[in-house]
Design a protein around this ligand. Sequence first.
Ligand code: NAD
Ligand code: TYD
Length: 346
Amino acid sequence: MKVLVTGGAGFIGSGFVRYILRNRPEAGVINFDLLTYAGNLRNVEEVARDPRYRFVRGDIANADDVRGVFEGGGIDAVVNFAAETHVDRSIDDASPFVRTNVLGTQCLLDAAKKHGVAKFVQISTDEVYGSLGPEGAFREDSPIEPSSPYSASKAGSDHLAFSYFKTYGLPVVITRCSNNYGPYQFPEKLIPLMIMNAMDDKPLPVYGDGKNVREWIFTDEHSRAVLTALERGNPGEVYNVGSGYEMTNIDVVREILRILGKPESLIKYVKDRPGHDRRYAIDTSKIRREWNWSAEIGFSDGLAQTIEWYRTHQDWIREIRDASYLNYYERMYTRRDQTLAWSGPE
Ligand code: NAD
Ligand code: TYD
């Protein structure tokens, strides 16, 4: 099976590219990625010379780019990871989110329809369901109530993808996963940002009261679920994916400091994110029942492995911390708290 993986140079997409090539000897992969600030070919270095793998630089929102890759021929299935993904950036400027996540998905759906692919897996997120109170968990039939421009644009792509199933019979499957963590994650997201700051003895900026809850899944586990969705997902259905490891942000941050042997005095509470979802949690009974799927990696093990990876990949970190990252950090965190002592690494 030849699979077009979009966004395969990003955090989760690159993990999936490595995962499918490792686990399915017969698979071929075309990695189609625009290489935005979040895309990094270093993330797929280990498969770059695999004859089953090919990289094509292109934009999912550009119909010519998408046509070109499909006309290369033989694509059996699409897994669409490509997206703008960071909530804080979407609050700053929603336009790239609408362009890539909504228009880009539409462009891919049109090409997939034209070429009659056997499966289109849309990688979505639990954030489309909005925020939970202290009890309960998102089910596949929970209402779609996104809070941020990011999650609203992802909800838009989900709706579009399903409309292509209902209207044209395109075999669309949607996965909605909880917060991922692991190696290769761009340090704008909570866990890698805190690990990198803690390693450098810099302040750890915790939004609001630090009691917001996220459900954390090791990214390889997400890849395993996406491969199952590709192979066994029923067209027209949604599959929630989660680990059961619910944690408050402040507990995650404390655990990172504990593993690194750093003092809690590094924690700095800063201005909250507007529209900040209080809690996410996933009901995974559907994939347990239908796929016999459950998460296997405990949060402490996964976090320790992740920290070890960042500790031993200083060269990757150095490259990421280019001028545009420093610029981003300064802009976002200086604005959040004028008293934050640090506005970026030296
Ligand atoms: P990421 O930001 O690390 O990577 C996104 C990738 O998409 C990058 O390689 C980037 O270059 C590429 N891309 C962006 N715009 C593009 C365009 N117009 N055309 C082609 N490529 C483009 O993101 P991630 O964290 O790996 O997330 C991957 C997917 O998983 C996203 O769809 C996201 O919504 C979803 N998701 C993420 C999480 C999470 O915790 N990170 C959880 C659930 C779902
Ligand atoms: P994030 O990794 O951005 O994922 P998402 O918002 O998509 O769930 O953030 C995870 C949680 O951590 C969220 O509640 C916001 C919080 N957070 C901080 O407290 N400080 C930070 O510097 C960042 C990036 C996030």
